[in-house]
Ligand binder design. Structure first.
Ligand code: HEC
Length: 111
């Protein structure tokens, strides 16, 4: 009985060894990731570093950065000031006046 099965087992073993000779078949897949969209854009101008830091600390407490990134580009200072004011006054974002100003300035420069 055993003698009859042995050739079959040897064939499997030979197939396994043959397959392992092709490491490409076992190599990990690689994917190129898209630009990260879950982070705020770093400020192009160093003057907005404080606003950027405050935005990072406060603007993703309740929702993702997508809410900011989804807005049409170039809306300007008035739009971002009123957005930040709305977050504070209507939704209760815990942001001090001076920080709110810096955040709005950073956002209007970068978005
Ligand atoms: C206290 C929670 C909270 C914080 C903190 C917060 N938001 Fe919001 N934000 C909201 C809510 C609630 C909405 C409305 C969600 C909806 O309508 O589905 C919203 C919506 C938005 C929108 C979409 C446009 C709109 O007016 O509805 C933008 C842009 C936005 N937030 C920007 C910001 C920015 C910038 C900051 C930081 C200064 C911030 N948010 C911090 C709660 C918050």
């Amino acid at each position: 009985m055993l003698e009859q099965r042995l050739p079959g087992r040897l064939a499997w073993l030979a197939a396994l060894i043959a397959l392992s000779a092709f490491p490409a078949l076992a190599a990990p897949r690689r994917y190129a990731l898209p630009e990260p969209t879950a982070e705020l854009r770093p400020p192009a101008d160093g003057a907005h570093a404080a606003g950027f830091a405050s935005a990072q600390a406060h603007c993703m407490i309740c929702h993702s950065v997508d809410y900011i990134a989804m807005q049409p580009p170039g809306k300007g200072a008035a739009f971002w000031e009123s957005e930040v004011t709305k977050m504070v006054k209507v939704y209760g974002a815990p942001i001090a006046e001076a920080q709110a100003k810096a955040i709005a300035a950073y956002l209007s420069a970068q978005y």
